[in-house]
Design a protein around this ligand. Structure first.
Ligand code: S3P
Length: 430
């Protein structure tokens, strides 16, 4: 499939409040934690993107059962120690989070499991799992070039271990931690900062870990069956914040979303660009903050970002390139080398998208630079099969001088099937 969608700008301002579908990162975790727990869990507010369904499907191949319960999903499992040997490879589709978290969860099994993915996932690095899970005693292998299939073989038992990760990857940390809770003793993990610490917060609340200085100590034990009331998706909300940011005088409110510090770097970047931002915490889910964000567009100035702030805004960097194009002055993004190994090479795809819209963007050694012209013209751009590129182009289209054709527009289904309709609805809610 390669659908082309034509999008037109609006010169009108908007003021809207939007309820977002369930958070993708937290939906994966709620499913994996529920599947590892022995007993019945209940997940409400589950995300509706293809990636989340993929995690459910993979757990289903291992004997975990799902039943609708009103608007929630009931998850029944015999527990990670009683998962059944899958009859076929575990198909992780486009979802790197599914592949990495499930590899960690599978490390203690007495059967061999093979994890495969679609064309994009089959090119992504999985060899980064081998050492961290290997020090626990797990037997993990990948293709010679470090890509899927990932094969998890039975091992002689997992032991507590210490690992220092050089990449601030939440997926990698989570994989290690989900293996480490099945080990015979405590484990310790550390990495550079900026990552989303959802898994650590949940483990800490469940008594399965604690923070010590800059490290996280994992205490082995069973994951309890529990209830998860998931918030809306912060990374989806970001597209609406960006639409407001490039429309001076427009504003959007996104209630009930994750406010984990590793998720809201983009808000800080918007603030530095001159955007009016309010964020308030309303509740927590298993120790992880949830709240409301309001964003109001004004005139924008270019910024430079680096270090942990880049990591905390990582999934929003294609979107930042769009916002930066509407700003006055250049924007520079550093410490973003991980973008090279996302659903597309997001340094290349982001720069190409911006150029396809008549803007200026160039890759740098570990990120990119955008020329802030204050406007984008429009044109035809490819999604590169990457949901966040398609949606960033969709946001650009709300303010371009001419229409935008997004080729491969259906890629949004991975995280937000209703993206285009929701974006359009911003103008009808006043
Ligand atoms: C995710 C972590 C991030 C992020 C991805 C989701 C998660 O990846 O880019 O979209 O849910 O743990 P890394 O932390 O591996 O960079």
């Amino acid at each position: 499939m390669n659908e082309t969608r034509r999008l037109h700008a609006s010169t009108e301002r908007f003021a809207a409040s939007v309820a977002l579908p369930g958070d993708k990162s937290l939906s994966h975790r709620a499913l994996v934690f529920s599947g590892m727990a022995a007993g019945d869990s209940l997940v409400s507010g589950l995300g509706n993107g293809a990636d989340v369904l993929t995690s459910a499907h993979v757990l289903g191949q291992l004997g975990v059962r799902f039943h609708p319960d009103g608007s929630a999903v009931a998850v029944s499992s015999a527990g990670v120690g009683a998962w059944t040997e899958p009859a076929a490879p575990l198909d992780c589709g486009n979802s790197g989070t599914t592949m990495r978290l499930m590899t960690g969860a599978l490390t203690g099994q007495s059967f061999t499991a093979s994890l495969i993915g679609d064309e994009s996932l089959s090119k992504r690095p999985m060899d980064r799992l081998v050492e961290p899970l290997g020090v626990l005693g797990a037997r993990i292998s990948t293709d010679d070039d470090g890509t899927p299939p990932v094969v998890v073989e039975p091992c002689d038992g997992l032991e507590g271990a210490e690992i220092v990760l050089t990449t601030p990857s939440a997926q990698l940390r989570s994989a290690f931690e989900l293996g480490a809770i099945q080990a015979s003793g405590d484990s310790v993990v550390s990495s550079p900062p900026g990552y989303r610490d959802h898994t650590e917060r949940w483990l800490e609340t469940m008594g399965l870990g604690e923070r010590k200085d800059d490290t996280f100590v994992v205490h082995p034990g069973p994951v309890p069956a529990t209830k998860y009331d998931l918030p809306g998706d912060t990374s989806s909300a970001a597209f609406l914040w960006a639409a407001a940011a490039i429309s001076p005088g427009s504003e959007v409110t996104t209630p009930n979303i994750s406010l984990n510090a590793g998720r809201i770097g983009f808000l800080e970047v918007l603030e530095r660009m001159g955007v009016e931002v309010d964020a308030s915490v309303d509740r927590a889910i298993l120790g992880d903050p949830v709240g409301t964000v309001r964003v109001r567009g004004t005139t924008l100035r270019g910024v430079s970002i680096d270090g942990p702030l880049t990591i905390a805004a990582l999934d929003e960097l294609p979107l930042l390139a769009v916002v930066a194009s509407f700003a006055d002055g250049p924007t520079r993004v550093a410490n973003a080398i991980e973008l090279r190994v996302k659903e597309s090479d997001r340094i290349a795809s982001t720069c190409e998208m911006v150029r396809g819209l008549g803007g200026g963007a160039e890759p740098t050694a570990d990120g990119f630079e955008v020329v802030g012209l204050g406007w984008l013209d429009g044109g035809t751009v490819a999604s590169f099969g990457d949901h966040r590129i398609a949606m960033a182009a969709g946001v650009a289209a709300t303010a371009t001088r001419n229409p935008v054709d997004v080729v491969g527009s259906e890629a949004t289904a991975v995280s937000w099937p209703d993206f285009y309709e929701t974006l359009e609805s911003l103008w009808s809610s006043r």
